[in-house]
Unconditional design. Sequence first.
Length: 284
Amino acid sequence: MRLRSHLLNVLINDEVEAYLKENDVIIVPFGPTELHGGLPLDCETILAEGMALLMAERTNSLVLPHVPYIYSGATASGKGTIQLTVRESADMLHGLAQSLLRSGFKKQIYISLHGPAHISINPVVRDFFDETGVAILYIDGMITAQKSGVFSNPKEMMLNLDKMILGAYKLRNRLDDILLTSEYAEPVTQTPSVFGNLSAQAFQSGATGYYFKEHSDHMATSAIPDIETRDRMAEEGLVLLDKMVDTIDFPTLLKEMAIQEDYLEEVYERYPHVPAAYNRHKNI
């Protein structure tokens, strides 16, 4: 069927039910509402939603409106940051996954470009699988960006992050939400760097606990002195986002998820004692 919108909340219930007769895919972009230099507090979440929409356009899939409240990490020092605990975030995402599955969305793809997002979603990916026998997928947008080949190195990727954020706001028709500012353009050395070896022992925010001492720690924002600069950055960022989504090759991922389903059925038949098979049988 031809979707009137790729955003689930824009459709009426009849349209969603018609979609589910032909398709069981839903993309769930999520991220924080947090301190982020001169950019709106939801900028990382809108970035994930922008990528999700580009993915959906390539596969005629539905996107759940972005989930903007999860564990944010060290930005809790900003009063505009909404800080859920890791457990609260995982419980919320887990409940969301259960609700979507009950409706018939068996292929659930979660995507975020928030550094510590993996801390909240990884337990959900594994526990939800063991409980239901349904394997959902998490796409870490930061890892995707770094391995995409769109950028020559992580530093170049970070230098273009603001452009991609503006590109996502343009895609969502929210470019006017971006302030014209040069106040946050000067890069700084983050205050937690004094114990940088500790936080480098595991993935971001997963090694040790800390908060940012200065609001400028998160993070420098490219100078956006005028509307012309803002519009140009958004155009360039949208091109970069499109290239990144191409490298994800979402249609192939969906094909592999279908292969994975068949594979798991064989595993469940051979090993009925594994949690996913046992729990699924128990609940029939």
